[in-house]
Ligand binder design. Structure first.
Ligand code: IPM
Ligand code: MN
Length: 354
């Protein structure tokens, strides 16, 4: 949410594992860039995550949800705790926030920065630079389904993918608008599975072509999700913007993270263009690295850059991204423990290069 006062309220949820360590570096950068770009941020810290859940059995109190509706943006570290059953924090915190705040877009840039190693031979920063617009409120993530004959030989499990015209249309429209503004080829690829998932992707395809009529300047393309994975490896330069559903978007953006240098750099924004958005590194809480000062904070710092862009501090956002691009050329690797620097040193370098 934008503010004209040059004063923003940011909710910070450092979360689990290495989340607090990377968020600490992100806040260090925020402090420095806000002084340079002359704006102010008031931070509201929230201790949600595994530790709090273990102590109180509470994941996200309703009162906090009300408070979070009033901030300009949310900055999230990571969720996932080794002593909490998988699903509780993911569903109760991350997905709960995405759904309740109607953050219907998950924007995930796949960009290879200078000096960063990619597993793709003969591909460089000019080839790997696209953005995935992932639908973030529907599809298989709605949690609908049932067991029939649970525990019996005849057991069946149903998992529903719900795709509404409204949900698909607002996502596709956002993707067209984003492609129009983005300074590249003006090409939008729909990534789906029309050959097998004939209900969901029929709706997506129809909506895509209808919305496209209002954007004559944008080239449209279609690729099945399996083929998309293939092209992302073989010819990543073919992509400008990809729009897809929640599940496919989840999967292809992990693939995307790997070709852009790994989870140490991959960031994303959960956007409600009319409301409150939330920014996060897309990797997990990496419990085995917790407290060691070896995790890469750049993904969290890139998420901060996206946050600044969204609240309207466009110049500050660019300053942070440009600084990250200088820092990546100095690092030995983006992988935890092999960066040639500690977590806090990487944060210091980003500050120094602002
Ligand atoms: C992501 C994560 C989440 C997702 C998990 C933690 C629920 O993998 O942000 O991509 O599947 O969306
Ligand atoms: Mn994921």
């Amino acid at each position: 949410m934008r503010s004209s006062a040059k004063k923003y309220k940011i909710a910070v949820i450092p979360g689990d594992g290495t989340g607090p360590e990377v968020i600490r570096e992100g806040l260090k950068v925020l402090d420095a860039v806000s002084q340079k770009a002359a704006f102010k941020c008031e931070l509201a810290m929230y201790d949600f995550g595994g530790e709090r859940y273990i102590k109180t059995k509470e994941v996200l109190p309703d009162s906090a949800l009300l408070e979070l509706r009033k901030v300009n943006a949310i900055y999230l570290g990571a969720v996932g705790h080794p002593d909490v059953k998988p699903g509780i924090l993911e569903k109760g915190l991350l997905l709960k926030l995405r759904f309740s705040l109607e953050q219907y877009i998950n924007l995930r840039p796949v960009k290879l920065y200078p000096g960063v190693w990619t597993p793709l031979k003969d591909k460089g920063p000019r080839d790997i630079d696209f953005v995935v617009v992932r639908e973030n409120n529907e599809g298989l993530y709605v949690g609908e389904g049932e067991f029939i004959d649970k525990g019996k030989k005849s057991e069946t499990a149903l998992q529903v993918s719900r795709n509404t015209r409204k949900g698909v249309e607002r996502c596709v429209k956002y993707a067209f608008e984003y492609t129009k503004k983005r300074n590249k080829e003006k090409k939008l690829t729909l990534c789906g599975k029309t050959n097998v998932l004939t209900y969901a992707w029929d709706l997506w395809e129809r909506t895509f072509h209808e919305v496209a009529k209002a954007y004559p300047g944008i080239k449209t393309d279609y690729a099945h999700v399996d083929a998309t994975c293939m092209w992302m490896i073989k010819n990543p330069e073919w992509f400008d913007v990809i729009v897809t559903d929640n599940m496919f978007g989840d999967i292809i953006t992990d693939l995307g993270a790997m070709i852009q240098g790994g989870m140490g750099i991959a960031a994303g924004g959960n956007l409600n263009p009319e409301g409150v958005s939330m920014f996060e590194p897309i990797g997990g809480s990496a419990p085995k690295y917790t407290g060691k000062n070896v995790i890469n904070p750049l993904a969290a710092i890139c998420a901060l850059s996206m946050l600044l862009d969204e609240i309207g501090e466009v110049k500050a956002a660019a300053m942070v991204e440009n600084s990250v691009m200088k820092v990546t050329t100095k690092m030995k690797s983006l992988a935890a423990g092999r960066m040639g620097y500690s977590t806090s040193e990487v944060g210091d370098l980003v500050v120094a290069n602002l």
